[in-house]
Design a protein around this ligand. Structure first.
Ligand SMILES: Nc1nc2c(ncn2[C@@H]2O[C@H](COP(=O)(O)OP(=O)(O)OP(=O)(O)O)[C@@H](O)[C@H]2O)c(=O)[nH]1
Ligand SMILES: [Mg+2]
Length: 304
C-alpha cells in the first residue's frame, strides 16, 4: 500500500482495524467468546452493521474457536470473511449496451457526490476511448449546471444543458437524441438530489425514466445510486428510498478517503447485494477507483 489514494483509503478505515483484536497481542491466545464479542463490537461500531458483524463472528467461531491465534491472524481471518461478503457485489460499470448509447442515470441525495462522480466516470470512459455525453438533469439550482459544465470541459466531453428551473425531462430527451445521432457510447445523466420531498423526487425520476424509455426502451441501462460514506448507516436508508423511487441497479460509494465510516460499504453489500461499481477516494477527476473487494477487506481489517 504505497500509493497515495490507498493511503487515503486506509485512513478511512482505521477505526475498525485499530479495534480488531485490541485485547490480543503478537503472542497467540485462544480464540474465546470474549474475543469474538470484541470483534463483533468493533465491526458494529465501524458501521458494518449488526447483520454483517454477526455473520463474521459466526464464521470465525465456526472455523477457529478455541484455536491459538495472534492479533495479526485474527485480522487476516476477519479480512477473509469481509472479502467473502464483498466479492459477489464487485462489478465494474461496463459499457455493453447495444444499440448505443448506454444511458446511465445517476441519483442520490444532495451532496452525496453525484456531479463529481459523473466527472470521474466521464474521465474513466474517455480514457477507455468511449465517446461520452453528459446531461445536466439537475436544473434545481443554477450552480449545478455550471459545476457540471466545468467538469465536462475538464474531461473534454460535451454537455447537454437547459435553463435553470427548466424541465429535466426535456434535457434528457435532447441528450438521448444527440447521443444516438452522434454515435455516443455512454450518456451519463445528472439529477437533482435536493427536491422538496419523496413524492416530488419520485415524480421527477419517474418522468426522466419515462422520457428516456421513449427514445430507447432499454434506457436507462444503469441507475447508479451515489452514496456518501460519511453518512454511515444513513446511507442504508437512502438505498431503501431510492430503490423504491428509481429502481437502483448499482452503487458507487464516495468519500471513502478519510472517513471513519467506510464500513457501511460492507453493510450495504450484506443487506442489499447490489453491485458496487466503484469507490470515490478524493475530489479530483482521477479519484474514482475500481471496487477491489479483497483490497477493501484487507484495509478494513488493517492488514493491507
Ligand atoms: N473527499 C471526497 N470528496 C468528494 C468525493 N466525491 C465528492 N466529493 C465532494 O463532495 C462535495 C459534493 O459533491 P457533488 O458532486 O457536488 O455532490 P452532488 O451529489 O452532485 O450534490 P448536489 O448537486 O447538491 O445534489 C464536493 O465538495 C465534492 O468535491 C470523494 O470521493 N472524496
Ligand atoms: Mg450535483
Amino acid at each position: 500500500m504505497s500509493t497515495s489514494w490507498s493511503d487515503r483509503l486506509l485512513g478511512g478505515f482505521r477505526k475498525t482495524s485499530e479495534r480488531l483484536g485490541a485485547n490480543l497481542t503478537g503472542v497467540a491466545t485462544r480464540l474465546d467468546e470474549a474475543t469474538l464479542d470484541d470483534v463483533e463490537d468493533a465491526l458494529i461500531i465501524s458501521d458494518l452493521g449488526p447483520a454483517a458483524a454477526a455473520r463474521i463472528r459466526a464464521k470465525l467461531k465456526e472455523k477457529s474457536f478455541g484455536l491459538e491465534i495472534t492479533q495479526r491472524e485474527l485480522k487476516e481471518a476477519v479480512a477473509e470473511e469481509i472479502a467473502e461478503i464483498l466479492r459477489p457485489v464487485a462489478k465494474p460499470l461496463e459499457i455493453t449496451a447495444f444499440p448505443r448509447p448506454q444511458v446511465i442515470l445517476v441519483i442520490g441525495v444532495n451532496g452525496s457526490g453525484k456531479t463529481t462522480t459523473i466527472a470521474k466516470l466521464a474521465h474513466l470512459f474517455t480514457e477507455d476511448d468511449y465517446g461520452v455525453l453528459l446531461a445536466a438533469g439537475d436544473t434545481f439550482r443554477a450552480a449545478a449546471i455550471g459545476q457540471l459544465a466545468t467538469w465536462a470541459e475538464r474531461a473534454g466531453v460535451d454537455l447537454v444543458r437547459g435553463p435553470e428551473g427548466g424541465d429535466p425531462a426535456s434535457i434528457v430527451f435532447d441528450a438521448v437524441k444527440q447521443a444516438t445521432d452522434t454515435g455516443i457510447d455512454a450518456l451519463v445523466v445528472d439529477t437533482a438530489g435536493r427536491l422538496q420531498n419523496k413524492k416530488e423526487l419520485m415524480e421527477e425520476l419517474a418522468k426522466i425514466r419515462r422520457v428516456l424509455g421513449r427514445l430507447n426502451e432499454e434506457a436507462p441501462h444503469d441507475v447508479v445510486l451515489v452514496l456518501d460514506a460519511t453518512n454511515g448507516q444513513n446511507a442504508l436508508s437512502q438505498i431503501d428510498v431510492f430503490q423504491e423511487v428509481a429502481g437502483v441497479t448499482g452503487l458507487i460509494m464516495t468519500k471513502l478517503d478519510g472517513t471513519a465510516r467506510g464500513g457501511v460499504l460492507v453493510a450495504a453489500a450484506e443487506q442489499y447485494g447490489l453491485p458496487i461499481h466503484a469507490i470515490g477516494v478524493g475530489e479530483k477527476m482521477e479519484d474514482l477507483r475500481p471496487f477491489d473487494p479483497d483490497l477493501v477487506a484487507r484495509v478494513i481489517a488493517g492488514v493491507a
